[in-house]
Design a protein around this ligand. Structure first.
Ligand SMILES: [Zn+2]
Length: 272
């Protein structure tokens, strides 16, 4: 990849069972996308910020045709969707994915202080936008993604957003958790989020722990041990039991718990 300096943007890590993490640590979001090749297809979970060509990284690791599945529709997960022909997502975030993100809404994510390493030479912050993309099909709870010799089950885990999913490979115990589980600021206060649904999703994921071997989150330190789900679930229960917020600001309440926090809208108990 040395002949394409913009690809230095990505940090690739190879994990057991052929899981390839494609990180973007040069940006404050520190988002991760995941590539797993089956016998027939390569599954790519999310397409990152779109600041450099993630499809070139994917092509360096697999010659299978790529099926892109979005963990949800937030901008840091759909940036390079347009580079792939086959795209699947949950209907809950489809409006966002179809709309894309215009340059003016990207400014916070393109400001000089958003980066901690040189920006890719092909990225122009004054014109960058995320094109809207449609999906080949929608996926919902219980659907199976069969990539040939490997099957991932879709778990609808809303809360962070309406269309948030997690992917479970039962044979290996791999859970790809999207933005439902990670170290750092977890939140449900943006449009489509729900603290109530988030609580239910965490209870559901915690119940899976006996069959999990590893958790792949979409941000920050990775991979995570399955027991981290318990910490996050228990923190959520403390909040519902009446724990006071550590900070109230801009119509949102933040609750701090060591390596992670939750931010909910102030009226979160009324969330649907
Ligand atoms: Zn998100």
């Amino acid at each position: 990849m040395r002949d394409k300096p913009e690809l230095d943007w990505f940090e690739v890590r190879e994990f057991p069972h052929g899981v390839i993490g494609i990180g973007e640590p040069g940006h404050f979001e520190d988002v991760k996308s995941y590539l797993i090749a089956g016998n027939d297809l390569a599954l790519l979970v999310d397409s990152g910020m779109g600041y450099a060509d993630i499809s070139a990284v994917v092509a360096a690791y697999t010659d299978r045709s790529v099926l892109l599945v979005n963990s949800h529709g937030h901008l840091d997960h759909i940036g390079d969707n347009w580079r792939f022909d086959r795209r699947w997502a949950h209907p809950g975030d489809l409006d966002r994915i179809r709309a894309g993100v215009p340059n003016e809404r990207m400014q916070h994510f393109l400001a000089p202080d958003a980066f901690n390493r040189p920006i890719p030479p092909t990225l122009n912050p004054e014109t960058f936008e995320i094109p809207g993309t449609d999906v080949e099909r929608t996926i919902d709870d219980g659907d199976e993604i069969d990539i040939g010799g490997r099957v991932f089950t879709v778990l609808h885990t809303p809360g962070h957003s309406q269309g948030s999913i997690s992917l479970l490979e039962e044979e290996t115990g791999i859970l790809i958790a999207g933005d439902t589980i990670y170290e750092g600021p977890l939140f449900s206060h943006r449009e489509g989020g729900s603290a109530r649904q988030y609580r239910t999703s965490l209870q559901r994921l915690a119940a899976l722990i006996p069959q999990l071997s590893v958790v792949y989150p979409s941000h920050n330190r990775y991979p995570l041990e399955p027991s981290f789900i318990v910490e996050v679930r228990d923190a959520m229960e403390q909040i519902w039991d009446g724990r006071e917020p550590d900070l109230t600001e801009d119509g949102a309440e933040r609750f701090e718990f060591g390596s992670f926090s939750f931010t909910f809208r102030e009226s979160w108990r009324n969330d649907p």
